[in-house]
Design a protein around this ligand. Structure first.
Ligand code: NAD
Ligand code: UDX
Length: 465
């Protein structure tokens, strides 16, 4: 079967960029991305490409090329489902905030809604692709719903988890380390797998397209994120030993990374990992292990998150203790709010937790981030539900000028590794601050020696004084 029309349900950080790249690379396929969120769809359709809802380097030019040709964004979900030969489900699967598994399990309500809607609308056979990250064995639940509530048409379920990282999504999609496709071992299942292989083969070398059974594919996604996050927690654990012992975490990372069995990537010590995936997916893994009665396995992976929480807390604790045990009424300037550079995404950003801790100590926080808008930061704080909206807006201010944000500050905290921070006029910033002028570099990106020469008192993650 050759696919002519694709529908993707969910126009978020994954659905948008992924489908834009498929549309660009497969001009013979009509790709429609649908969402219940009308303002998000309107933003994807905005003539001004600066207003796309997802900021990713290079995404604007791909959308410009394909949109209106074979890439469409729409709120008409039923129509797009009906037209499609293949439907990707790319909706959010957040951690449950209620009921059984609260705070751990993935909330699959949006997935189930999609399955029911597909079943209701579909009048011809379709291939349904899990693009969202899902607990192992979700495909059987989706299949059950489709088969029992549908119109008698045949569905094949594939698992095709997405491995893109935000900030490099376009590069990751154009040149993936691998594409993973899991499906049924039956003849029909294998044929469905081949159909999706054929789509990716338009630009991905065949040897990088890996096919497995559906459970392996679902579980591999959680496993990959757990391993990646574990590396960050491991290097962050060592960063604390470095600070006590006088070792330098960048030197240690370099030394171990040259061992080909370890490798150099994902060894950058930080104020902690953030993002919508790592914590959610590990919690989900822990929950799955517990439901299988595998308590030691669950505890093992949970430690990755506990270490990450510790890293964020010890960063803010250090600010308070260094500033003579009080930040009450003091201005602390935040450089960065996004969970990593080159994205406007703030989900689970360590900046939120650090801000929360410092606000509890009655600090005044001023934030500059090149891509995150003030409303987003306030939404992150309001979501914590610990202060009124008015109080959040009075204690935390946002400005688009980093020199204004740092002016009259007692300390600067670097929360995101945006490149531009390295090139600021640091002498000018120093001159405008209260003395002693402190910098807490939570990303290890600034030139500590140069800053100390200016007169700053510098703390860098993983470097002793
Ligand atoms: P997102 O929140 O940015 O986007 C999800 C979209 O789905 C939202 O716009 C929402 O309105 C829409 N939606 C929800 N229910 C719907 C429904 N019933 N019908 C139509 N639209 C609906 O989420 P995301 O970051 O794109 O993540 C999506 C999935 O991909 C998650 O399972 C996530 O774990 C996984 N994933 C994310 C990343 C990442 O970097 N963000 C990477 C790999 C995998
Ligand atoms: C992650 C996975 O990398 C990706 O494969 C998956 O599809 C989605 O989840 P993402 O969360 O977008 O991607 O970004 P990633 O580059 O993995 O960074 C996650 C967090 O870890 C960020 O806060 C980042 O700053 C932090 N990190 C990463 C470190 O602190 N040190 C590192 O060495 C690497």
């Amino acid at each position: 079967m050759k696919i002519k029309t694709i529908c993707c349900i969910g126009a978020g950080y994954v659905g948008g960029p992924t489908m834009a790249v498929i549309a660009q690379k497969c001009p013979h396929i009509k790709v429609t991305v649908v969402d219940v969120n009308a303002s998000r769809i309107a933003a994807w359709n905005d003539n001004d490409l600066n207003n796309l809802p997802v900021f990713e380097p290079g995404l604007d030019s791909i959308v410009k090329e394909a949109r209106g040709r074979n890439l469409f964004f729409s709120t008409n979900i039923d129509q797009a489902i009906e037209e499609a030969d293949m439907i990707f489900i790319s909706v959010n699967t957040p951690t449950k905030t209620y009921g059984k598994g609260k705070g751990m399990a993935a909330d699959l309500k949006y997935i189930e809604l999609c399955a029911r809607q597909i079943a209701k609308v579909a009048k011809q056979d379709k291939i349904v692709v899990e693009k969202s990250t899902l607990p192992v064995r979700t495909a059987s639940a989706i299949k059950n719903i489709l088969d029992n509530t549908g119109n008698g048409v045949q569905f094949q379920i594939l698992s095709n988890p997405e491995f893109l990282a935000e900030g490099t999504a376009v590069q990751d999609l154009l040149n993936p380390d691998r594409v993973l496709i899991g499906g049924d071992t039956t003849k029909e299942g294998q044929a469905a797998i081949q159909t999706l292989v054929d789509i990716y083969a338009n630009w991905v070398p065949k040897e990088r397209i890996l096919t497995t059974n559906v459970w392996s594919s679902e579980l591999s996604k959680l496993t990959a994120n757990a391993f990646l996050a574990q590396r960050v927690s491991s290097i962050n654990a060592m960063s604390e030993i470095c600070e006590k012992s006088g070792a330098d975490i960048d030197e240690v990372a370099r030394a171990i990374g040259m061992d080909s069995r370890i490798g150099p990537k994902f060894l950058k010590a930080s104020v902690g990992f953030g993002g919508s995936c790592f914590q959610k997916d590990i919690l989900n893994l822990v929950y799955i292990a517990k439901t299988y009665g595998l308590n030691e396995v669950a505890d093992y992976w949970e430690q990755v998150i506990l270490m990450n929480d510790h890293q964020k807390n010890r960063f803010s604790d250090n600010i308070v203790s260094t500033l003579y045990n009080t930040v009450s009424g003091k201005k602390i300037a935040f450089l960065g709010w996004a969970f990593k550079k080159d994205t406007n995404d703030t989900r689970e950003s360590p900046a939120i937790k650090v801000a929360y801790n410092l606000l509890n100590e009655q600090a005044n926080i001023a934030v500059y981030d090149p891509k995150v808008v003030a409303e987003r930061m306030y939404a992150d704080l309001d979501y914590l539900n610990t202060r009124t909206e008015a109080v959040n807006r009075s204690l935390l201010t946002v400005d688009t000028d980093p020199y204004l944000v740092t002016k009259d500050a007692h300390a600067i905290a670097v929360l995101t590794e945006w490149d531009e921070f390295k090139y600021y006029d640091w002498q000018r910033i120093y001159d405008s601050m209260h003395k002693p002028a402190f910098i807490f570099d939570g990303r290890g990106i600034l030139d500590k020696k140069a800053l100390e020469k200016i007169g700053f008192v510098c703390y860098t993650i993983g470097k002793g004084s």
